[in-house]
Design a protein around this ligand. Sequence first.
Ligand SMILES: [Zn+2]
Length: 162
Amino acid sequence: MKCCSQFPLSGRISSPFTRQIVLGYYDGATEGIVKCSVCMKSWYYRMIAWDSRQDNRLFVLRLLPERSFESLEQFLQNVQPNRGQLGFPWSFESESEKIATDDFVARMIKAASTPAWIVVGKSIISPLRICAVTQEILDAILTAESGSTYENIEKWYEFFRD
Ligand SMILES: [Zn+2]
């Protein structure tokens, strides 16, 4: 398993992300925070495209500050001490708990880098096709993120060279 610092510019890899906190879900995770199991770096991922069967998903990866995964994990354990699994589906005991969590997550995502990678997989922890974000891809990501629906994944395959 390759560390996230050794991703090929374009290629197929086994995911180094073995742990995640899911933030959004639609027939599978659409958004979350993951941790590289080799270097422990934290990443934020968000789906922007999928196929018509919602099977293959395209995610954008943004690097988070050091120990973001651990700090979110700690925050959630403090807020929801009786929860076995952290993240989606959320269950809050009060509105203030929900607001505090949304605020913590929003601030964390705001600290994320610009998009570094696009990846295709059934999930972020599945085998992945990966491609480094170029200016052309960045423009396409910004267009996709400004839309109100997920894009069709077909047009994204042209960016991958393998
Ligand atoms: Zn890594």
